[in-house]
Design a protein around this ligand. Structure first.
Ligand SMILES: *Cc1c(COP(=O)(O)O)cnc(C)c1O
Length: 371
């Protein structure tokens, strides 16, 4: 192999085309129907999907929006908090969690992550509460739910709203209940690579609060009460008919895809049991949906090169903790005070998903066990 030549991966991190193979014809038919019905914005496909997704997540209401980032932002807008209110956000997340806060005129306060689940560390969060703290945003990282009893206790004690970022956790459960309605509302992303992915950008809000659902619908649709009557300035963020029709088909496959992820995760756990890396776990109160299978190793970069050389794609979620990003240097922190900062150098996401088979997991594990 010549220097600089790129090896075609034999085990891909993500392969949506392969994953969707068994339902491709059904999806194509659904797309044709949307075109036949000209149901591009609003309409029956959006209604069908939002009601099916509400049922799937055990929520009373579901509002379709443009993407997951908007879903978070629209919830925060709809809560009508005093400008400058503080929102507790985990340091280990995708930037969207924090971005939605700032974009809503609120203030980001980073909290550390738990060393076992990598979700928000409640002991750290409590230390960061001030008189201005209004919201806590648990992010169900990698598909593992946060410890929601701890979150809800903290929220009750300090009178905080709970807004769940469920972008990586479709179908995940805490003590047998689906995530997203433990607090006032939950935000979902249907970015193509998520466990339930559209063929473009899409997102949703779920809630059991009718008033908040109505408010979110208005915020997402120009503050509109009727066609040309606007009660306040909102924005334009809608789930479109085409994506909704695709999601309708894919939602029917989600349970089976999640079972596949759970099975592959079990394989990794068995095969890597004696390896030098720290393995992710499923807490006894959790149903993990394994959006990502994230291991930790102090030889991460060596391991990563080894895997790439063997044609195995992996990912890093995320290479820089949020407080260390250039975008957040305006927030003062005491040096690298977060364990999330250290983890950013050690985390490695192994390939997992319905596009893979047990043999693929065996191959990846073999390479890791050689380390
Ligand atoms: C993907 C993701 C988002 C944002 O969703 P988009 O649909 O890409 O806007 C928000 N939070 C987390 C944790 C995510 O993984």
């Amino acid at each position: 192999m010549r220097v600089g030549e790129v090896l075609t991966p034999t085990i891909k991190f993500l392969d949506i085309y392969r994953q969707d193979g068994p339902i491709r014809e059904e999806i194509n038919t659904a797309i044709s129907q949307v075109i036949g019905d000209s149901a591009y914005i609003g309409g029956q496909y959006v209604k069908q999907f939002t009601s099916a997704f509400a049922k799937f997540q055990q929520a009373d209401y579901c509002v379709g929006v443009g993407n997951g980032t908007d879903a978070l932002e629209i919830i925060l807008h709809a809560l009508e908090l005093p400008l400058g209110s503080e929102v507790l956000v985990p340091a280990n997340s995708f930037i969207a969690s924090a971005e939605a806060v700032t974009r809503s005129g609120l203030k980001v306060v980073f909290c550390d992550c738990d060393p076992v689940t990598y979700t928000i560390d409640i002991d750290d969060a409590v230390k960061r509460i001030t008189n201005n703290t209004a919201v806590i945003m648990p992010v169900h990282m990698y598909g593992h739910p946060c410890d929601m009893n701890a979150v809800l206790e903290l929220a009750a004690r300090y009178d905080l709203q709970v807004v769940e970022d469920c972008a990586q956790a479709h179908g995940a459960e805490y003590k047998g209940k689906k995530v997203g309605t433990f607090g006032i509302a939950g935000a979902f992303s249907f970015y193509p690579g998520k466990n339930l992915g559209a063929y473009g950008d899409a997102g949703a809000i779920i809630t059991n609060n009718e008033r908040l659902a109505d408010r979110c619908i208005m915020v997402a649709n120009h503050g509109r009460t009727e066609k040309y009557n606007h009660e306040f300035e909102g924005r334009n963020s809608r789930l479109d008919g085409m994506q909704a029709a695709i999601l309708n088909i894919k939602l029917k496959a989600l349970e089976q895809w999640t079972e596949c992820r759970r099975n592959l995760a079990r394989c990794y756990q068995e095969l890597l049991n004696d390896s030098t890396v720290s393995l992710p776990t499923e807490q006894k109160w959790a149903k993990h949906v394994w959006h990502l299978f994230v291991i930790r190793s102090n030889q991460r970069d060596r391991l990563r090169s080894l895997l790439i050389k063997e044609g195995i794609q992996c990912g890093i979620h995320y290479p820089v903790a949020l407080p260390d990003l250039p975008a957040y240097q305006y927030i003062e922190h005491k040096g690298r005070e977060f364990r999330a900062s250290k983890y950013a150098d050690e985390l490695l996401s192994l390939p997992i998903g319905p596009h893979l088979r047990v043999e693929d997991i065996e191959r990846v594990s073999e390479v890791i066990n050689e380390l």
